[in-house]
Design a binder for this molecule. Structure first.
Ligand SMILES: *Cc1c(COP(=O)(O)O)cnc(C)c1O
Length: 422
């Protein structure tokens, strides 16, 4: 007798961010379409968090699915050192077109963490190649940049990184703009250790996994001005904020900020395939270009610039550039602005906030990220056909762009029923 496949899951799988000693078995999903996931019995679940922030236009979008199928049957993979292909070259040019001016050189990798690793390694080696020993990286408190060691080092210390603390490199921290004077702290750091600073890395306008904290474009612009004046690189981690999530195409672009390096992933392929990209200003690339092989960026992954992933990304970009997409994003933002105030009336709700297609609020509860309130809400929501996954006591919505105002209204109804204990 063959076992149902989900029993094999229990025997053989180790899930991400999951305490298997207490978590209920995961929900088997057999198919997805638009804003919905479907289980074996055909029950629909509204995906209000874009399956961990990746699904951009909707699940199984036919235009991306077609592009993936066509590319898979033509050129599925080729070594990217010494070889190249059209999907990568065209995607790089198209990204450069939509990114803030000056970002011309694209280095592909596999996901958000590796896009950040590439940015950090290139920033440190950039100075070395130029004969200056600057290797101090500066990051914000409450930042999240990924789970590999370099990305963990620049992320805020916390429950995610605690066991590895001894193995992370030194990072200078600035208070995040909602909690302190970020610019003054940077100026002070520049005075004390100015000649050691290699780069400042930020999640522009929205600290994601650190609690969906929204911060001010004025501060971002001032950080850009100060880093430019001091010749320090500014790395914008747009892994979450890219591709319209915060309203404009990129958070930096919307703020009128031109970073030196941008990290992209998550929505890059529309949520179809893993792909990361780190995009550099030409001057940084030129510091590596040399007859001296020691100046090479010795970094790469087996699947660097996978053609199928690049084809998915090109199809997703094309959808993003159609006028209907911006219209749908505005519709989502308007729905947030309409419904969130009703939730905010609840006595336990704090700091309601909307930034483009993202809406969030805090629920008064003990425990931070390990607070039980998040699990209680996600269980309740799932029983009511909605996928939510609060970051501890921070509840947020980040729906795919196909989500209708009526579907957004349904998510808020479920949240209100939870808060009212029904
Ligand atoms: C999710 C995220 C990452 C890490 O991306 P992975 O694809 O999960 O490795 C990095 N930076 C930001 C801002 C993110 O939100």
């Amino acid at each position: 007798m063959t076992r149902p496949w989900w029993e094999l899951d229990q025997l053989h799988l180790w899930h991400p961010y999951t305490q298997h000693g207490e978590a209920p078995p995961p929900l088997p999903v057999v198919r997805a379409d638009g804003a919905y996931l479907y289980d074996e019995d055909g029950r629909a679940i509204l995906d209000a968090i874009s399956s961990w922030w990746v699904t951009l236009h909707g699940h199984a979008h036919p235009r991306i699915a077609e592009a993936v199928a066509a590319q898979a049957g033509t050129l599925e993979q080729v070594i990217f050192a010494g070889f190249t292909h059209e999907p990568a070259a065209r995607l790089a040019a198209e990204l450069s077109e939509v990114l803030p001016p000056g970002l011309t050189r694209v280095f592909f990798s596999d996901d958000g963490s590796t896009a950040v690793e590439v940015a950090l390694k290139a920033a440190i080696q950039f100075w070395r190649n130029r004969g200056e020993k600057r290797n101090l990286i500066v990051a914000l408190e409450n930042a999240y940049h990924g789970d590999t060691f370099g990305a963990m080092s620049v992320s805020a210390p916390g429950v995610f990184t605690q066991p590895f603390g001894d193995h992370l490199f030194e990072v200078a921290r600035l208070p995040e703009p909602s909690e302190g004077d970020t610019v003054a702290a940077l100026e002070q750091l520049m005075e004390m250790r100015g000649n050691q600073l290699a780069a400042v890395i930020v999640e522009p306008l929205l600290l994601g996994a650190g609690g969906m904290r929204v911060w001010d474009a004025t501060v971002l612009r001032t950080l850009r001005e100060r880093t430019r004046n001091a010749g320090v690189l500014l790395i914008a981690d747009e892994v979450l904020t890219g591709f319209g999530r915060t309203g404009p195409f990129f958070a930096c672009g919307g703020a009128g900020v031109e970073p030196d390096v941008v990290c992209l992933s998550k929505g890059l392929t529309g949520g179809f395939l893993p792909l990361g990209a780190t995009v550099f200003r030409e001057e940084i690339f030129q510091a590596f270009r040399s007859p001296n092989r020691r100046r090479t960026l010795f970094h790469g992954h087996s699947y660097t610039a996978n053609p199928v992933a690049c084809a998915a990304a090109r199809a997703s970009l094309e959808l993003l550039r159609e006028p209907g997409c911006e219209h749908r994003r505005r519709g989502i933002e308007a729905a947030h602005r309409h419904h969130l105030p009703y939730v905010a009336e609840h006595a336990r709700v704090r700091h309601p906030r909307v930034l483009g297609t993202m809406a969030a609020f805090d629920v008064e509860a003990d425990g931070g990220y390990l607070s039980p309130i998040g699990r209680e809400l996600s269980d309740f929501a799932l029983r009511n056909g909605v996928l939510l996954r609060p970051l501890g006591d921070v509840v947020y919505l980040l729906p795919p762009y196909c989500t209708t105002p009526e579907e957004i209204a349904e998510v808020y109804r479920v949240i209100r029923r939870f808060l009212e204990g029904r």
